[in-house]
Design a protein around this ligand. Structure first.
Ligand SMILES: [Zn+2]
Length: 222
């Protein structure tokens, strides 16, 4: 099978658009290296690209994506840990100032955990991986009284909070947080609505940001 044609077409659009506009920036970043201030830990879901949602330029976001935006707890056990390695690099080498866990609505990984759904769970890796979400489900509690969409939304958001809790188990990051040099944040993207919700540190509730701009746009599109 050849390299997908539409990717080459997309690259042509990139050449004519973004590269044309930002060639100097790419060159500078190549010479000086990257120094992003923000690290994003997001879901691999093709609809939730942090660079698109935050309109980020090259060099602005250090991104790691995985199934269901999970941060595993700190576990220096000699095994290979992709998220932990990226976190170590982002925090210790790049010295990012913010770590954002970006979750989203309609998350297949969260759904798989909630419903133990095929074909996601019986494979070699996914079932084991999404079990890391168990403390999030505990946080949400019994689902009997909740509708399915309500339960999934709560689990998606609790899963973000669980990742934030696990970030605090990394000693290096924890020290920097205590010194006020790094802050961690939770955010939630509503895929169908395009809404962005950010977790309020004092109330722990997810609050919609830029809500007026979003409402204005929606009214225009109607
Ligand atoms: Zn997802």
């Amino acid at each position: 099978m050849p390299f997908p044609h539409h990717l080459i077409e997309g690259y042509r659009v990139f050449l004519d658009g973004r590269l044309r506009r930002e060639q100097d920036r790419y060159r500078e970043l190549a010479e000086a290296g990257q120094s992003p201030e923000v690290m994003v830990i997001g879901c691999s879901d093709s609809r939730v690209s942090p660079e698109v949602i935050f309109d980020a330029r090259p060099g602005e976001l250090f991104v790691v994506r995985n199934v269901a935006n999970i941060v595993p707890p700190y576990a220096p056990d000699g095994q290979a840990h992709g998220v932990s390695a990226a976190l170590e690099f982002g925090v210790a080498a790049l010295k990012v100032k913010h770590v954002v866990v970006l979750g989203h609505a309609d998350c297949g990984g969260v759904k798989a955990f909630a419903e133990n759904a095929a074909p996601l769970s019986p494979g070699d890796f996914i079932g084991h991986w999404i079990r890391l979400m168990a403390p999030a489900a505990q946080r949400v509690g019994p689902r009997e009284k909740l509708s399915r969409p309500d339960y999934l939304t709560r689990l998606e958001q609790a899963n973000i909070v669980n990742s934030l809790d696990n970030l605090k188990t990394f000693p290096g990051l924890r020290t920097l947080m205590e010194r006020g040099q790094v802050a961690i944040h939770g955010a939630y993207f509503g895929v169908a609505t395009g809404e962005l919700w950010v977790r309020d540190e004092t109330t722990s509730a997810f609050m919609q940001v830029a809500a007026t701009d979003h409402a204005r746009l929606m009214a225009k599109l109607r």
